[in-house]
Design a protein around this ligand. Structure first.
Ligand SMILES: O=C(O)[C@H]1O[C@H](OP(=O)(O)OP(=O)(O)OC[C@H]2O[C@@H](n3ccc(=O)[nH]c3=O)[C@H](O)[C@@H]2O)[C@H](O)[C@@H](O)[C@H]1O
Length: 455
């Protein structure tokens, strides 16, 4: 009985009650489990929806933030890449709205090659100058895609649309001293961007040959002159130089593993019309015309700094000759099929000029005396001098610079005054009569500077 009581309800009611409450509990429990299940399902669905929305936004952000894509865009890319000469190239020029990039693009297009530009139009210096270069290229039917070399999807798309035979890689974060202000921009463009581009090139079927811009700054603190390609390059003085040196090693790796044909060009302080406003000859011109002082750095023991200033037209010839002599890449679709060409050349002028002498030439062409502040070179990445040995480029590329600094700066000043006018930004320091003289002496055939009445 006691046992029975253990297993049977003492009263049916009680039992009934108990079973009912158990049933209710079970029901409640089931109900709450199913509610929980439904809630969980709802939460999972919500999370999934959120995540997929996020990834849509992430992947789509490129569409939102950049101007590429679409049928019209593809048509522009195809048309720009069209070749108009026998055995011509189709070239992707990165940094096409930049100084060297715009000049090289125009030269290639002029001789009938297909050219597609790529540029992110960043604001390292006045983007309106980049827009002006873009307009110039557009007028010659060169289309510049607005985008970043770090955008792998964009690069894949471009290679899908055009079977580029060559890539002229000139997009980079330039400037030696700015690396102390914004070091990450150098890593972003000169390292990460380079790798993204090489990945796209290596995967392409067939792979393009690559010519790209390294820098004289890789010679760093070397004292042996002139600088030869076989000299040591393991003591860079700036992060800029270090990223260019890293670029040389990285391109070598892609050459070795994937069979990409690589030509690296060590440019020596390139100057000329449509140049970079951050460079000394350009900012000095602006300051001299505005009556502002210029700072001239001087090395240890009061030694003048010197550069192997190289005129843009000579550099363009070196770039084009590099494309012409580049052998094909041997790989395709990410697989190497044999050893590929790997070259490095100095593209300099072989006649260094000191910074004070460069200022003297500007003063002569501008007919205005500079207000000079001479300052001990700060330890900000500068090197005391550069001087290129170009025998290798002469032999292999037929490279022969023909413009000395006098002539090159005369052409630059002529362009500067026709582009900006003589009172770029601030009040003019040149009188109209002085300008008339200048036009007679220097600017024969030049357009009258903007905003200036006939002298
Ligand atoms: O060959 C290169 O690979 C590099 O060339 C260029 O660098 P640099 O040779 O340093 O040119 P740039 O700045 O014009 O200074 C010229 C001289 O003026 C001196 N300088 C400069 C500024 C100033 O205010 N005062 C001054 O004396 C300065 O001390 C120096 O002695 C490119 O910018 C760089 O991107 C890279 O391509």
């Amino acid at each position: 009985m006691a046992e029975q009581e253990l297993f049977l309800p003492s009263t049916p009611g009680k039992f009934k009650d108990k079973s009912h409450s158990l049933h209710r509990q079970f029901h409640r429990c089931f109900a709450s489990t199913s509610t929980m299940f439904l809630w969980a399902l709802f939460l999972v669905a919500l999370t999934a929806a959120y995540l997929s929305f996020q990834s849509f936004v992430d992947s789509g952000s490129k569409y939102f933030s950049s101007a590429w894509g679409g049928i019209h865009w593809e048509r522009q890319v195809r048309s720009s890449a069209q070749i108009h000469r026998q055995n011509g190239f189709s070239v992707l020029v990165t940094g096409a709205a930049g100084f060297v990039g715009s000049h090289v693009s125009l030269a290639l297009k002029k001789r009938g090659d297909g050219v597609v530009g790529l540029d992110n139009f960043n604001d390292y210096y006045d983007p309106s100058l980049k827009k002006a270069r873009k307009s110039l290229l557009n007028s010659q039917n060169i289309f510049i895609v607005e985008g970043d070399v770090n955008d792998a999807r964009l690069l894949a798309k471009l290679f899908e649309i055009v079977p580029f035979t060559h890539v002229m890689h000139l997009a980079a974060q330039a400037g030696v001293r700015y690396a102390m202000e914004n070091p990450h921009s150098y890593v972003h463009s000169n390292i990460a961007g380079l790798v993204t581009l090489l990945e796209a090139c290596k995967t392409a079927d067939s792979q393009p040959a690559i010519v790209w811009a390294s820098s004289s700054s890789v010679y760093g603190l070397n004292e042996k002159v002139p600088f030869s390609e076989s000299d040591r390059t393991d003591q860079p003085a700036s992060l800029y130089a270090a990223t260019k040196k890293a670029g040389e090693e990285i391109t070598h790796t892609y050459n070795h593993i994937y069979g990409l044909s690589i030509t690296g060009l060590r440019f020596f302080t390139v100057y000329g019309p449509y140049g970079r406003p951050d460079m000394a000859y350009f900012s000095f011109t602006r300051n001299i015309l505005q009556g502002k002082p210029i700072t001239i750095y001087r090395g240890k023991n009061r030694v003048d700094l010197a550069r192997d200033f190289t005129y843009i037209d000579d550099i363009v010839k070196g770039c084009v000759a590099s494309l012409d002599t580049a052998k094909k890449s041997t790989g395709s679709g990410g697989k190497k099929r044999g050893p590929a060409q790997y070259r490095i050349f100095n593209l300099g002028n072989t006649s260094p000029v000191t910074v004070p002498m460069m200022v003297g030439i500007l003063e002569k062409h501008l007919k205005v005396k500079a207000k000079k502040h001479v300052l001990e070179m700060p330890g900000n990445g500068d090197v005391p001098f550069t001087h290129a040995n170009i025998s290798s480029a002469r032999r292999e590329l037929g490279y022969k610079p023909t413009t000395d600094l006098q002539t090159g700066l005369k052409k630059f000043v002529k362009w500067y005054l026709s582009y900006y006018g003589y009172n770029h930004g601030k009040s003019a320091v040149l009188k109209k009569s002085q300008l008339g003289q200048w036009l007679a002496d220097v600017g024969k055939g030049a357009r009258r500077p903007r905003g200036l009445a006939e002298p």
